[in-house]
Design a protein around this ligand. Structure first.
Ligand code: GDP
Ligand code: MG
Length: 160
């Protein structure tokens, strides 16, 4: 029951770090190696009294490796079932073609745009993302320092 929210984004943007940050727990393995998350992880969050099932996914990308491909297939399935998508971007790297491709995959869902790693990009203008994704909530966060997490929870509450 409740709302289901899938965390979507390129490898290494900080999806698993975001899950851990929202859970206040080191639930998912975080490394600098792309492809670390190979399976989906589902946990329940309480956002101001609203139950939200949050799902960390293996990054959806082209791959030749069998186990990773199974993780990606599951991620696509979870995405299909989701009410809400947290599209995670790397604020330090800037927007890339793959980010837009993932957004296109999620376009029929409610999307919250999460600009992560703002600790590494202190001068970043989050408003620019509002122009790229008009009408969507955009929140700048750092999954490692916790900066912006309350604003994200607020955006999730409003979207859910
Ligand atoms: P995933 O592949 O999208 O799940 O990304 P991970 O959560 O595994 O993180 C990938 C790398 O980015 C790890 O080295 C993390 O420590 C780092 N990382 C994640 N979030 C942040 C952040 O907000 N700031 C910084 N500086 N590094 C981060
Ligand atoms: Mg991961």
């Amino acid at each position: 029951e409740g709302v289901s929210a899938v965390i979507l984004g390129r490898p290494n943007v900080g999806k698993s770090s975001l899950l851990n940050c929202l859970l206040r727990e080191e639930r998912a393995i975080v490394t600098a190696i792309p492809g670390t998350t190979r399976d989906t992880i589902e946990e329940c969050l309480d956002i101001q009294g609203v139950p939200v099932r949050i799902i960390d996914t293996a990054g959806i990308r082209e791959t030749v490796e069998a186990v990773e491909e199974m993780g990606i297939r599951r991620a696509r399935q979870k995405l299909g079932e989701a009410d809400l998508v947290l599209l995670v971007l790397d604020g330090a790297e800037g927007l890339q073609a793959e980010d837009r491709a993932l957004f296109a995959v999620a376009a029929d869902k409610k999307v919250v745009v999460v600009v992560n790693k703002i600790d590494r990009a202190p001068d970043l203008d989050i408003g620019l993302y509002g122009e790229v994704f008009p009408g969507l909530p955009v929140v700048g966060i750092s999954a490692t320092t916790g900066q912006g997490i309350h604003a994200l929870e607020e955006a999730l509450y409003e979207a859910a």
